[in-house]
Write a protein that binds this ligand. Structure first.
Ligand code: ADP
Ligand code: ZN
Length: 516
């Protein structure tokens, strides 16, 4: 351990270990397998880089991020550490040179892409060398229970058998209990020492708003912000549309998704990192391994599929420790659709796990209590008390007697024969003079115009709450038509009251306006 402290200060120039680093390094030096769960920016790299320098032989680092390998190796070289990488970007001449260097013991660390590592010739080469340790970065990629599962990562499970005496390290920033166990199992870690750092990111403020006219909401939000941001959408089409809408508002932004040419994606990424583009509108294809410290906000235009992916995506904000915002646009009907979609998957066991994960993120979105607490609890980091840095803590939901509103909505659903979606329902409630309403003679219904006093967004929110309360359900087999449930009857018969939360309709974060 003495040597480790020396390397920390002499090679890397740091005076102290961060939380967990010393414990992890100690275990690796004692030849024990280790699983490291630390949030992004927590300092995972030193957990294997320092042992690599202390131990006598060569250390292998498996990383899926080909685009970052060169940067990491360059950074190590700058510290005076001899390291190299092996991936598909090398030409055969470079490859030969690296292989020769490995043979001659010239390197302390080799970064390698999993697909390259698992080729027979590479494994054979390694078997003739003195291997000190194998580190698997982004280890959640071995787990089926995540979104990032990679086929090549699955093969890594064979490494343990091939190098039974070499300590193996799995490192990840995403780890709920299920994924955690899965990583250890898939990598065949032998009674691993598990270190789990705190996943709290106190400088990120969590905000949720009921999704309604989402493009307008995002425009409004973005105009309240300064600095860089990422907006995640769940389809390429939405990315393109939203990027266009923002650009029309004079926002300096770009769309990013897997449908773009590789070199264009690289260019956009570079422009974003170097502050030439303020905002990236992207699918989840964007961001893995992006090292940009001054991202000030992350918006989710659509509901993610799990708390893990949500946490990972919002974790790209505020790495510099300065205040940052996370905004989730939440729509109950999106949730119903995603739920249906997950349930229709072929693998029943897997659907089950995905549904559980989805239920957790849904609960986060619908929460009426501190959102940070929900998030941390999910990562088995139990915290009491209120964070004072989420929308719920800062502006607690106010309950009101929503019986009358509920009756208006439910009776209107009934009058419309349970055959319409929420927007048309709102149009009737608010008594809009629309051609379709007159054609169907719905202006003659007793419920026409009874909700005139409130806005579309207000009713949208109330409908969401009624779905959430189980008084209404969305029939997605039928164009998301709203149906009454059994629970709605006593409310309609006026034998039961309904407590609702006062709808939160605008996003006002009290921030300075973006100057455009
Ligand atoms: P992760 O891989 O967990 O996202 P990194 O290993 O990239 O995080 O570390 C994040 C940043 O913290 C890097 O800039 C790194 O140099 C710095 N860092 C890591 N350990 C220490 C330490 N003990 N003291 C000071 N800075 C550190
Ligand atoms: Zn809170």
């Amino acid at each position: 351990m003495e040597q480790a402290v020396q390397v920390l200060s002499q090679t890397f120039g740091y005076s102290e270990f961060r939380a967990g680093q010393a414990e992890v390094i100690e275990q690796v030096l004692a030849h024990r397998d280790v699983l490291v769960l630390m949030p992004t920016g927590g300092g995972k790299s030193l957990c294997y880089q320092i042992p690599a320098l202390v131990l006598p032989g060569l250390s292998i680092v498996v990383s899926p991020l080909i685009s970052l390998m060169k940067d990491q190796v360059d950074a190590l070289n700058a510290y005076g550490v001899s390291a190299a990488y092996v991936n598909s970007n090398l030409n055969s001449e470079q490859l030969v040179s690296v292989f020769r260097g490995m043979q001659e013991g010239r390197y302390k660390l080799i970064y390698v892409a999993p697909e390259r590592l698992m080729k027979m010739d590479f494994i054979e080469r390694l078997q003739h060398l003195d291997i000190s340790l194998i580190a698997v970065d982004e280890a959640h990629c071995v787990s089926h229970w995540g979104h990032d599962f990679r086929k090549d990562y699955r093969l890594l499970g064979q490494l343990k058998a091939q190098f039974p005496h070499v300590p193996m390290l799995g490192l990840t920033a995403t780890a709920d209990l299920a994924t955690r166990a899965d990583i250890a199992q898939q990598l065949n870690l032998q009674q691993p020492f598990v270190f789990k750092g705190s996943f709290d990111r106190p400088n990120i403020r969590y905000n949720q708003i009921t999704k309604y006219k989402a493009t307008d909401q995002v425009i409004q939000f973005v105009k309240q912000q300064d600095g860089s941001g990422i907006i995640y959408c769940n389809s390429r089409k939405k990315v393109d549309e939203l990027a266009l809408a923002l650009a029309r508002q004079g926002v300096n932004c770009a769309g990013y998704h897997a449908g773009l040419e590789g070199n264009i994606r690289d260019l956009i990424q570079r422009d974003f990192i170097q502050d030439r583009i303020d905002i990236i509108v992207a699918t989840v294809a964007f961001g893995m391994g992006i090292d940009k410290s001054n991202v000030r906000f992350v918006v989710h235009f659509d509901l993610p599929r799990s708390i893990e992916s949500y946490y990972q995506e919002i974790g790209r904000a505020g790495r510099d420790g300065m205040p940052a915002e996370a905004l989730l646009l939440y729509d109950e009907k999106d949730a119903v659709r995603i739920r249906q979609w997950i349930a229709s998957g072929e693998n029943v066991e897997r659907n089950e796990v995905e549904l559980q994960k989805f239920t957790a993120i849904e609960a986060f979105g619908e929460a009426q209590t501190c959102r940070r607490q929900i998030l941390l609890n999910y990562f088995a980091e139990y915290s009491a008390g209120q964070c004072q840095n989420c929308d719920i803590c800062l502006d607690p939901p106010k309950a009101f007697d929503g019986t009358l509103d509920a009756q208006k909505v439910l009776s209107c659903v009934l009058r419309l024969q349970q055959q319409v979606g929420s927007q048309y329902l709102i149009d009737v409630l608010r008594g809009k003079q629309l051609k379709r309403i007159f054609e169907l003679q719905h202006e003659q219904l007793s419920t026409f115009g009874i909700g005139k006093a409130q806005s579309d967004a207000y009713w949208h929110n109330i409908i969401n709450q009624l779905i959430h309360r189980g008084l209404l359900r969305v029939d997605i087999t039928q164009h998301a038509v709203l149906k009454l449930t059994e629970e709605a009857r006593p409310v309609l018969r006026q034998t039961q009251t309904v407590q609702l939360a006062v709808p939160r309709l605008t996003i006002d974060l009290g921030k300075k306006k973006r100057v455009s």
